[in-house]
Design a protein around this ligand. Structure first.
Ligand SMILES: *[C@@H]1O[C@H](CO)[C@@H](O)[C@H](O)[C@H]1NC(C)=O
Ligand SMILES: *[C@@H]1O[C@H](CO)[C@@H](O)[C@H](O)[C@H]1NC(C)=O
Ligand SMILES: *[C@@H]1O[C@H](CO)[C@@H](O)[C@H](O)[C@H]1NC(C)=O
Ligand SMILES: *[C@@H]1O[C@H](CO)[C@@H](O)[C@H](O)[C@H]1NC(C)=O
Ligand SMILES: *[C@@H]1O[C@H](CO)[C@@H](O)[C@H](O)[C@H]1NC(C)=O
Length: 294
């Protein structure tokens, strides 16, 4: 019997749950929506170019804007109006591991005298279909929405920066890699959990060594996946904020997701260290007890 092996068993169980949540958070409407990887905020898209084009009658934006009702126009000019809504776009697109969700900010996208930033919530309309190794492609999604709404405006009219898509395309290979790593990590965490549970009933050094090996692999996979997802979040958000500011598009880091994935790595590290400790100290303990018998 090795009752203290309950510690790594509990750590592995926690890591397994956290690992699954990393993969499945946001996989359907209102299931852990806050645990997004990146959220794209398009609520102010095109806002800054409206005035600069209203005098130019050949520009499709000004034609569209001038065709809007007077009260909508004045709403938009007073910063209160939601131009994305008028264009048929959603206020936000939140990227998860398997899909993206979209919807509107309630009560409105911008804080004002009566509505503070804390009171603004995401109201998810729906989520996309789930796909393994999902790649977020905002250019296609936004253009599709514009086409569906029939306003006759393209992303190019809104000065959508090609650099955003180019930058995100460069991250695709990392996204595929971290998705595969999460799956591998969950597999190894599960194996470590089973072997740690079996080790509760043995005292042999072999089972301790096996657990050191399995928990090292599990920790390596989850830590590497966390590092890659962190890199994608930091790089992706900087990219969108850099090129999108001009046209009113911004991005938010998924801090809750980062907490989740690093917590999973943390508990796996505890399990790994515990097994390393057990392999060394347990060995000496057994040697002492053999010496005692002899
Ligand atoms: C556009 O111009 C109007 C009047 O000149 C002004 O009130 C409004 O704030 C401007 N809107 C933007 C988006 O710059
Ligand atoms: C603040 O924003 C909300 C929602 O967009 C709106 O209903 C309200 O009238 C605004 N308040 C002021 C003072 O502009
Ligand atoms: C969320 O959006 C739906 C329509 O998509 C609307 O019926 C509902 O009232 C909204 N919820 C809040 C809290 O604004
Ligand atoms: C999502 O899945 C449903 C049913 O599985 C299918 O009918 C629909 O076309 C899919 N949507 C997209 C955008 O692929
Ligand atoms: C959405 O983006 C706009 C402009 O970038 C910003 O002013 C606003 O505060 C953002 N809204 C939320 C809820 O993050």
């Amino acid at each position: 019997m090795r009752p203290t092996a309950l510690i790594p068993v509990l750590c592995c169980a926690a890591a397994l749950v956290l690992g699954f949540l990393c993969i499945f958070a946001g996989q359907k409407k209102d299931f852990m929506e806050d645990y997004h990887i990146i959220t794209l905020n398009t609520s102010r898209i095109g806002y800054s170019i409206i005035n600069s084009t209203t005098s130019d009658s050949s520009n499709p934006i000004s034609t569209w804007f001038n065709s809007l009702g007077d009260n909508i126009k004045s709403d938009i000019n007073q910063v209160a109006g939601d131009i994305a809504q008028q264009l048929g776009l959603d206020d936000f697109y939140s990227v998860h591991m398997l899909d993206y969700c979209y919807g509107d900010y309630t009560p409105g996208p911008l804080p004002n005298a009566t509505v503070s930033a804390k009171d603004i919530h995401k109201n998810v309309t729906a989520c996309s279909n789930r796909t393994a190794a999902f790649h977020f492609d905002p250019t296609t999604i936004l253009q599709q929405r514009l086409d569906e709404s029939g306003v006759g405006i393209t992303l190019a009219d809104l000065n959508w920066p090609a650099d955003i898509q180019k930058g995100l395309d460069a991250l695709h290979i990392i996204q595929t890699t971290y998705f595969v790593l999460y799956c591998i990590a969950v597999g190894f965490i599960f194996l470590t959990l089973v072997c740690s549970a079996l080790a509760l009933f043995t005292t042999g050094r072999l089972s301790a060594c096996l657990n050191v090996m399995l928990s090292s692999l599990a920790f390596l996979a989850i830590a590497l996946a966390s590092a890659l997802v962190t890199a994608v979040i930091v790089k992706g958000v900087n990219l969108v904020n850099k090129y999108g500011a001009e046209i009113g598009v911004s991005a938010q880091k998924g801090n809750e997701f980062l907490a989740l994935t690093w917590a999973a790595s943390g508990v796996m590290l505890v399990a790994l260290l515990w097994w390393c400790f057990e392999t060394c100290v347990g060995h000496r303990r057994r040697e002492r007890s053999y010496a005692g018998k002899a």
